[in-house]
Design a protein around this ligand. Structure first.
Ligand code: SME
Length: 149
């Protein structure tokens, strides 16, 4: 599944449209094609502030359009610079719930010139669905998106 999605992500990156439209198309592709991806979105550092701002996403609208560094899974990744895989969101103390249907989450940081500038965030309604294959694929997605930022 992920091996067939990689060239589709790359062709979106190479298409003739805005970076926002490309990221939007990637969110929709991933949500549509990966059964355990129920919400897919990008968060980016909000200027000079120590907070994340929601960018393009696919799935239900969320109230959490701004997330301070350190808060929730996303805010922790903004500070740790490391992948964060959460098999069971209910087991996390520092977690921001977006929907009661969400069981698990994965957040992968995105780097430009070595700086953590944002992340891709996936929510799943399936318990414990994420493997190293998800991490490798989402690192690839972020690497591709970082090229156009
Ligand atoms: N659950 C995230 C908040 C963002 S929503 O999942 C879209 C967190 O704990 O940071």
């Amino acid at each position: 599944m992920f091996s067939s999605l990689r060239p589709q992500v790359s062709s979106i990156i190479d298409s003739n449209t805005t970076k926002e439209a490309k990221m939007q198309a990637i969110c929709e592709l991933l949500k549509e094609k990966v059964p355990h991806y129920d919400w897919v979105g990008f968060y980016f550092k909000n200027g000079d502030k120590r907070e994340l701002k929601l960018g393009p996403y696919a799935g239900e609208p969320t109230d959490h359009t701004i997330i301070p560094f350190g808060k929730g899974i996303c805010g922790q990744v903004a500070e740790s610079n490391e992948n964060f895989v959460v098999p069971d969101v209910q087991a996390q103390d520092n977690y921001i719930a977006c929907s009661i249907t969400v069981k698990s989450e994965i957040v992968i940081p995105m780097f430009v010139n070595g700086e953590n500038i944002g992340q891709i965030d996936i929510d799943s309604n399936t318990p414990d669905p994420f493997t190293k294959a998800d991490e490798a694929f989402l690192e690839f997605v972020n690497f591709e998106v970082a090229k156009i930022l």
